[in-house]
Design a protein around this ligand. Structure first.
Ligand SMILES: [Zn+2]
Length: 95
């Protein structure tokens, strides 16, 4: 896995960070630990499911939520991979 900080890719996509395995692009020069944890949880999910299946399931959930009428941010937050990442990003377990 390769961390790229101060990334134009992330800024072009208007995100703080994005995992395009095996790269993690961060918009900031010094991403904070919580953001780093969040993205590493996605890397763990990719290792659990496989690269193609992870992105397929991620996008499928996103578009199904959009079809149900959710706005972009709501749909994004409703993706099960994001729910897990937000739940675990602070390092607390069993929350
Ligand atoms: Zn995420």
């Amino acid at each position: 896995m390769i961390l790229i900080k101060n990334s134009r890719v992330a800024r072009l996509l208007s995100v703080h960070a994005i995992v395009l395995y095996p790269f993690i692009f961060f918009a900031d020069k010094n991403p904070d630990q919580v953001l780093l944890n969040h993205e590493l949880i996605h890397v763990d999910q990719i290792k659990r499911h496989g690269v193609l299946k992870f992105y397929y399931l991620y996008l499928k959930e996103y578009f199904l939520l959009r079809l149900k009428g959710k706005k972009h941010y709501e749909a994004y937050k409703g993706i099960s991979f994001e729910e897990e990442a937000y739940r675990k990003q602070n390092g607390t377990r069993n929350v």
